[in-house]
Design a protein around this ligand. Structure first.
Ligand code: F6P
Length: 350
């Protein structure tokens, strides 16, 4: 195993890591079909790096991937496993890759999964990365698999609760995922015509938010919709949860509850709260995510056929492009101030 493949790879392994999202199965299906057409064997690693440590692999045949298009989740499973935090795990990974005669490892996931992939590339493994996270926070690509499907889910779920909000003349805070970056919040706020988007990149000034609500109410706008990132920071406030996952990420969820309390305390108006949770990650993928999965699978196979490794397949202006994995994970992609201010200015019109 290693950087030297004589001719073309004979066996490719694929794993999906971190938080799942819709359209991963579409990616797996296209990858398998394209590789089989070239007579390259494909195996799936079960549950991300955990399967690689435990030598838990499954053959991926054309029959197995038939009909999985348009289904949520990942047929090969996922997990948050950090082999660099488990004793002798990397050693076992290297041994299992060699033992199973795997020439190339395709890793589809977010920053944590790609960070491990990048380290494995340095150990000499032929790695190809694929951006897959609803957060869309990976550098070097306009989009990652899962983002557009999550937007679809957020918009559809919020539309279901919005009418009650309007009828009851309430303010409402809807919490969405996205951990450190606010792309899901910003994009769904635009799509829903929300009155505000609160994101991790810019701490919320609760006083300002309260005066916005009061000002609008005085003018006759008696309800409001605020999309809130789970990782938003409140000026002068604290993050609620302290539990960390194996990659050192703070486990988030529920920030809208104290935020609603703070607003109530200040102006006597208590917004309704909704935490959308895992509904955002499941279900039928969006059309764009299905298309993206095909582009990424095609890019990954092109790299395999050309022995091009240590790269992540991304998309820029609708064209596939390769980025060194190390560049993709160097820093998180974040929402810029102009976009944030623009989206929030739309709710300020009253
Ligand atoms: O990384 C994707 C993501 O959905 C984040 O938006 C969220 O903070 C996290 O996963 C939730 O993690 P878990 O699936 O471990 O609860």
């Amino acid at each position: 195993m290693g950087a030297n493949i004589k001719g073309i790879a004979k066996k490719v392994a694929v794993l999906t890591g971190g938080g799942d999202s819709s359209a991963i199965n579409d990616f797996i299906r296209t990858l398998v079909i394209l590789l089989k057409k070239k007579d390259i064997e494909v195996v799936g690693i079960k549950n991300s790096y955990r399967g690689l440590i435990e030598d838990s692999l499954t053959d991926l045949s054309i029959k197995m991937v038939d009909g999985i298009c348009g289904t949520g989740g990942t047929i090969i499973g996922t997990s948050r496993t950090n082999p660099y935090k488990i004793e002798r795990a990397v050693e076992r990974i290297l041994k299992n890759i060699e033992g199973n005669k795997i020439d190339v490892l395709v890793c589809a996931g977010g920053n944590d999964t790609l960070t491990v992939a990048s380290k494995l590339a340095k150990e000499g493994i032929n790695v190809i990365g694929v951006p897959q996270t609803i957060d869309n926070d990976i550098c070097g690509t306009d989009y990652s698999i899962g983002f557009h499907s999550a937007i679809k889910n957020i918009v559809s779920a919020t539309n279901m609760i919005l009418s009650s909000n309007v009828s009851h003349e309430k303010e409402m805070l809807v919490e969405v995922m996205g951990r450190d970056s606010g792309f899901l919040t910003i994009r769904s706020a635009i799509t829903l015509g929300a009155d505000g988007a609160l994101i991790p990149e810019f701490p919320v000034d609760v006083d300002k938010m309260c005066s916005l609500i009061e000002r609008r109410r005085k003018k006759g706008k008696k309800y409001g919709l605020f999309m809130v990132s789970e990782g938003v920071k409140i000026k002068g406030g604290q993050l609620l949860q302290k539990e960390l996952d194996v990659f050192g990420n703070v486990k988030l969820g529920g920030i809208v509850y104290p935020l609603a309390e703070m607003i109530d305390k200040k102006i006597g108006i208590k917004p309704r709260v909704n935490v959308l949770g895992y509904i955002q990650r499941g279900g039928v993928p969006s059309a764009y995510d299905c298309y993206l999965s095909t582009i990424f699978a095609t890019g990954a196979v092109d790299n395999i056929l050309n022995n091009k490794f240590g790269v992540m397949v991304g998309i820029e202006s609708e064209k596939p492009k390769n980025v060194p994995i190390s560049d993709a994970i160097d820093e998180l992609k974040l929402v810029d101030r102009n976009t944030y201010e623009f989206v929030n200015s739309l709710g300020d019109l009253w």
